[in-house]
Design a protein around this ligand. Structure first.
Ligand code: NSS
Length: 437
């Protein structure tokens, strides 16, 4: 049997496959300590961190001194023997045979291993994302997005992109971002829903998935001005079927995160047991009962008010599963929502509130399919009729009952990763006071 002499490319996450063999790893110096003869380099490569041990004997005097003097974030290619070692973080280390410095980092890397304040870290977001916890959050985010697509594709939904530049509001005119558009005004999309309502008539079950924009004037830990939303919509889907779809999708995605992101959950300090509880059925509560419950607990609210963050936080702490709140007052909700046939003062709408105080992660409803009622609502909401002419066409030509919902990706990821604030759930968050870097 001949000995392997050529190093094989590997990553930290796959290094166990090369136990006892020569491996080549490309990455960045995350931390190091040295005894003068032995240098322990912690190298990260995007998939994890691993300890690489370089000795003066093996490296030679000159290279050893150079490596010993490297600053954090220098980029490296190391080759060496993979060695199982239960004392090493991650269970493996690399005994370095060769090391090439790709680029020596400048001194004074702004993010050190000590604590920094949130504003400083946000200023350094382009570098902050390299730290293990931030990396883990972004990996969970990717899994959330991937598994949502997997679920919807398998359920017969077709992804159809909605435009970002739009002529009209979907979610009220107070949070619109506008931009000049060749002599006209365009608005950045708040939601792809109105376009979904067109594409379902072509494809039956659709979803759009992309960035959405809201000029939210409030500074809260739950609001970004740019966030990603997935929005499924289906022709003929009833309100009951809508809640069932939401429940199945959330359960599926949580399960995927538990199964595929165990290392990341550990890194962010989220106990997967908290997520194991997220199985159907999710409790349901009517808006009427929610108002009563809030009042009984001394929280200021009148029937007819919309919920703010404190209300949602309270309601969402009532259960360790997500809670559906249904039947909101018609006058606080969007113009397109179908009234309850038995009580027109409420709509067939539901928000799904995530537990542990996270609050609303989904907003959904059955839509008005009747032409005359929709015209009436557009007028009541003082919306410009001409901007909705094409939307009204959908009620002229083969209108059908239909429903859909929107799930905010950053809210979902913040819940999965147990974050205090939405800003860490976005790679480059945009908020009222921040659009840099
Ligand atoms: O305003 S929503 O409740 N509903 C819609 O936009 C519908 N047009 C969606 C649809 O039915 N197709 O927003 C949906 C979700 C909400 O539950 C949050 O999870 C998220 O979008 N959302 C936000 N996330 C972060 N920041 C802000 N500002 C924000 N606003 C809503």
């Amino acid at each position: 049997m001949s000995e392997q002499t050529e190093a094989r490319d590997t990553t930290v996450s796959a290094v166990s496959e090369l136990d006892g063999k020569l491996a080549r790893l490309k990455g960045w110096l995350y931390n190091k300590r040295s005894s003068g003869k032995i240098l322990f380099m912690i190298i990260r490569d995007g998939t994890g961190v691993i300890q690489c041990v370089a000795t003066k004997n093996e490296m030679g005097e000159e290279l050893f001194r150079r490596l010993d003097g490297l600053h954090q974030e220098s980029s490296l290619i190391v080759e060496g023997l993979v060695h199982k070692d239960h004392r090493a973080p991650g269970g493996y280390e690399i005994q370095v045979k060769e090391c090439r410095v790709v680029s020596e980092a400048w001194p004074d890397y702004p993010i050190t291993l000590k604590e920094h304040g949130p504003e400083f870290l946000l200023d350094q977001r382009h570098l902050w994302i390299r730290t293990p916890t931030q990396r883990a959050i972004l990996a969970v985010r990717a899994e959330v997005m991937r598994s949502i697509r997997e679920f919807l594709d398998n359920d017969g939904f077709v992804e159809v992109s909605a435009p970002i530049l739009t002529p009209s509001a979907c979610e009220g005119t107070s949070t619109l971002f506008s931009t000049p558009y060749f002599g006209e005004k365009a608005y950045l999309s708040q939601s792809g829903q109105l376009y979904n309502e067109a594409t379902i008539m072509a494809l039956g079950k659709v979803y759009c998935f992309g960035p959405t924009f809201r000029a939210e004037k409030s500074k809260t830990r739950r609001h970004l001005t740019e966030f990603w939303m997935v929005e499924p919509e289906a022709a003929f889907m009833t309100f009951e079927e809508l809640l069932d779809l939401e429940e199945r999708m959330v359960t599926f995605v949580v399960r995927r995160v538990i199964d595929r992101c165990s290392k990341e959950l550990e890194q962010v300090g989220r106990d997967p047991k908290d997520l194991e509880r997220i199985v159907p059925p999710f409790p349901r509560m009517t808006y009427d009962d929610a108002v009563k419950l809030l009042q009984e607990n001394g929280i200021d609210i009148q029937w007819g008010d919309d919920f703010g963050s404190p209300h949602e936080t309270f309601l969402a702490s009532q259960s360790d599963k997500p809670v559906f709140v249904t039947g909101y007052p018609t006058k606080v909700k969007a113009f397109y929502m179908e009234p309850d046939p038995e009580r027109p003062e409420i709509v067939l709408a539901s928000d799904l509130l995530a537990p542990e105080g996270y609050g609303e992660i989904i907003g959904g409803s059955q839509r008005i399919h009747d032409y005359d009622l929709l015209v009436q609502r557009i007028k009541e909401h003082n919306l410009p009729m001409e901007a909705y002419d094409w939307y009204l066409d959908l009620r002229k030509f083969g209108t059908v009952p239909h429903s859909g919902f929107g799930l905010g990706i950053e809210r979902f990821v913040a819940w999965m990763c147990h974050l205090d604030h939405l800003r860490e759930a976005s790679p480059f968050p945009r908020m009222i006071t921040r659009m840099r870097p």
